[in-house]
Ligand binder design. Sequence first.
Ligand SMILES: *Cc1c(COP(=O)(O)O)cnc(C)c1O
Length: 408
Amino acid sequence: MTKAMLNVENIRNDFPILKRQVNGKPLVYLDNAATSQTPKQVMDAIVDYYSHYNANIHRGVHTLSQEATDIYEQARVKIQKHFNAAKVHEIIFTSGTTHGINLVANGFSSLIKKGDEVLVSAMEHHSNIVPWQMLCERTGAVLKVIPMNQEGELLMDAYSDMLTERTKLVFCNHISNALGTINPIAEIIEKAHKVGAAVLIDGAQAAPHLVADVQALDVDFYVVSAHKLCGPTGIGALYGKEAWLNKLPPYQGGGEMIAEVTFEKTTYADLPHKFEAGTPNICGGIAFGAALDYLQKIGFGNIAAYENELLTYATAELLKIQGLKIYGTASEKTSVISFNIEGIHPYDIGTILDKMGIAVRTGHHCAQPIMDFYRIPGTVRASFAFYNTMAEVDALVQGVQKAKDMLL
Ligand SMILES: *Cc1c(COP(=O)(O)O)cnc(C)c1O
């Protein structure tokens, strides 16, 4: 890993929210795995849209509509280039990761039959479990779980043994939001393809930290949410290989997704519009593009290197606290630290930290099966972004120590 080359103080000036106080203390925002903060550059793109060219897209002949269409479609190209998709129409705008997964799961209803098998990893977010359970209920397919070890790493030998000609689909996150584990997705995809199974990778947690090259990975579907990478909520993207997107039926019916409508029969629009029924989140798509511009300017290599420094320092400092246990100690992980202190409920630590202005997440992190695996009700999760500082790590560690002294 190269040394980080970024000026954190300058970067923090781009984020107005980082200047606010919470409960009389400077905000220490360490809930980045739930949602990231928004830089001025992205807010400016939003204000610019509503100030200058707010209009509905794709149908209008007037200037505003054409400008909005152009800039919205330019954002799609930015996403295509960022993930190195072969074709721009392989990028479908969604409302987020959850929407993207449901779109694919719903489409597979007609392609999966009773007795087929779908594999899902033991460390998934609920949004990458429940849609597949619903698919299995509709079709009679069987859901199987790829197991993991105590460190929070998938058991790849067990995975290999589970793959058979009955396996039709494999779902896995690129990075676990609860543990921080970076999963070996290249190997997961290659092995699945050997038995003819398609693979969907949930990239929601990976996208803020690293750049996935969908062609190099040969992945069939990759889904992300803009709000985890400095964009707004309510917008995301689904990458799908053209051949798969052509095979899947549309998810929702409405305007924008049709070629021709009569009461006898409707024909569908070409990709990507076949999957984009109704007026989309135009401003959100444009802001998503602005967020990618912003992050690319800082550089994902710099972001990864700096976040790794934060992770290493925070891990070492937290482990100095007696009775503190970290869940998720994979050799490959990103800047997420899930932990508990023996004898204290995570919620109580989170509440005391909030009084000190420190925002962490407590609970099951939408990944209850992981908590069941460790036989715990939940964890405290501190997740770091490139705009966090070493001083904020110190504030967290002091805060946790103080909470422990108060509660034990
Ligand atoms: C955040 C997250 C999701 C859900 O994303 P939404 O934006 O809520 O749809 C899914 N999977 C992982 C790994 C996540 O981190």
